[in-house]
Design a protein around this ligand. Structure first.
Ligand SMILES: Cc1ncc(COP(=O)(O)O)c(C=O)c1O
Length: 382
């Protein structure tokens, strides 16, 4: 087995990246190859024993009754909304401070996205803004636990319950995030996960899942993901083809066994960055009592981020912007969605965010290198 320490320290003369899924897969290459061989030899490549086992294991990890594997996180949102009864023309509320995929998944369900502003501290959906945006056609809300920071589910559920909204949690960035010890994805009617390679739980390719405690919802997603078939292969509803492959399921089982310790490692790295940034003026992610951030991304906030990013780069540290612009300012959506003109917190934040290197295979040497570089660049700010 290769060690992450040896492999990554050799690369320290190069830029330390924001994410590095290759390091993770190479570290577990032997186990992944064994899983691949098992699938090839099984003779079953779609919806077989590996997918079933992964679904059961991921449901157990999250603490949900049901898990249904699908082809991507975007599909998990689309099919999840369909299973919650969203039909073409319904409005679905969500944030603009998210991956484009959240809004794309809503539109693919035939629904009309309505954009809501964020809480500036959590950077997630603001329950008061949600309440103000509900209209007569509002059917559901998609809550995004952006970067792995759990949203204010108590506040959001209070609004959703009083206004009759179904709740889908977008947990694409939040595998391992909890509120009072309970995993995100289990607070609403359903949770949508992505297994894109860089995610906290990543596949060697695309994948996704819907988790739920409601058997009617899981049953519906099972039909929608495969031509609308029921157990007797009768097409009972119009469906699509969005299955999690056996190959990906088998490899995801290998990675799922490591997810708990990987998330703990992310938290340890985050705590080091927190220490370095404690004196300001660069803002680190918020800590909320009872909430455990999963640090898919470690995103700081500051004025003048371009110069700061440039000096980090000169010190060997890469940075990213998640995302360079909010969804309502992307050309495909610009000024087209209701709510686009009432997102001051979203627009303010989008000009200030910067993502630092964050993945579980970062070595101690690399983490210390990032910390020293941060200290140097912070010195340049004052
Ligand atoms: C917040 C969020 N939602 C949804 C998705 C969509 O996931 P996928 O790329 O697996 O379709 C992503 C992944 O990029 C994401 O970050």
């Amino acid at each position: 087995m290769r060690t992450a320490e040896g492999a990554s320290d050799r690369a320290i003369s190069e830029l330390i990246p924001v994410a590095n899924p290759g390091a993770r897969f190479q570290l577990h290459e032997q186990a992944l190859l064994e899983a691949t061989r098992r699938v090839i030899q099984s003779g079953r490549y779609i919806l077989g024993a590996e997918t079933e086992a992964f679904e059961a294991e991921f449901a157990t990890y999250v603490g949900a009754r049901e898990c249904v594997g699908v082809a991507s996180g975007t599909d998990a949102i689309t099919l999840g909304l369909g299973a919650l009864g969203v039909v073409p023309g319904d409005e679905v509320l969500t944030v603009s401070h998210t991956a484009v995929a959240t809004v794309a998944g809503i539109e693919r369900a035939g629904a009309v996205p309505v954009l809501v502003d964020i809480d500036p501290v959590l950077r997630t959906l603001d329950p008061l803004a949600l309440d103000a945006a509900v209209g007569p056609r509002s059917k559901a809300v998609v809550v995004v636990h952006i970067y792995g920071q759990p949203a204010d589910m108590a506040g959001i559920l209070a609004v959703a319950n009083s206004r009759g909204l179904r709740v889908l949690e977008d947990c694409a960035q939040a595998h391992g995030a909890t509120i009072d010890g309970r995993h995100v994805g289990t607070f609403g009617d359903a949770g949508a996960f992505s297994f894109y390679p860089t995610k906290n739980l990543g596949a060697v390719g695309d994948g996704g899942a819907v988790v739920t405690n409601d058997q009617k919802v899981s049953e519906s997603v099972r039909r929608l993901r495969q031509y609308g078939w029921n157990a007797g292969r009768l097409a009972t509803v119009p469906g699509t083809c969005s299955r999690l492959d056996e190959l990906h399921a088998a490899m995801l089982r290998v990675m799922l066994a490591r997810l708990g310790s990987d998330v703990e490692r992310r938290r340890t790295i985050a705590a080091r960055y927190d220490e370095v940034l404690a004196a300001g003026p660069v803002l680190s992610p918020a800590h909320v009592a009872g909430s455990e951030h999963a640090y898919h991304l470690y995103v700081v906030e500051l004025a003048g981020r371009e110069a700061f990013a440039e000096s980090l780069r000169a010190s060997g540290v890469a940075t990213g912007q998640h995302y360079p612009r909010p969804v309502h300012l992307e050309p495909a959506y610009e000024a087209r969605l209701r709510g686009h003109d009432a997102l001051p917190n979203t627009e303010h934040l989008s000009r200030r965010i910067l993502s630092l290197p964050m993945f579980s295979e970062l070595t101690e040497t690399q983490v210390e290198h990032v910390c020293r570089a941060l200290e140097t660049c912070l010195g340049g700010l004052s």
